[in-house]
Design a protein. Sequence first.
Length: 216
Amino acid sequence: KGVVEQLCEMISGQQLLGPISKVLLQCSSFSPTACKICVRSLPQIIDCLQPDTGLLSPSMHADLLKLTATLTRSLAPCESLASDVVCYIVSKEIIDGIQTMCANTYQIKEDCAVLVNSLDLLSACCVTMTPANASISTTPTKNDPSQLIDTLVFTKACSIVSLLYGVLLYQGPRRSAPSLTPSTQSVVTQCLTTLLDIARFSLHTLQSVLDSEGMS
């Protein structure tokens, strides 16, 4: 068997999750065959990412989030499979877990990889579910088999806007522009990237979330 097949079998058995994900992420790119093989292990990886499983260390959690985001983006050309995977991510309450994380983050820690990679996974879901060459429209999306839109509405876009407000308020009142730490810059950049991907996926959803924000 090839190396990728062996690694994925080990992932399926939840063996050496962290080291395996690091090896896979170090690949400059996945071949189509490797992607298909890795995607077979996505359900097992996603199961490990469920909130409060207690299975993962922070570094392992961050690596698996990044791997899941990478694999999810690779599914974009296959709409039915992409929808199934995103639907599975939604059903396992991964998006709800991201919302809880954002809502309870008041100070950005130096090690913020889990938060950044969680937001990147949300971006990957939105990018994967956005039709190719689709133009941004303000009309509601009528068909969303993945239930991602309903989840974004329910979680208020994972409380990303609230997180950004929290970052601003934590800086305190200043006359000059605040000096952000590298970790805070990383989180803010990913927040804005994710909001943009949500807008491309469903601008109506993002507008509804912003309308519901009292300070927006």
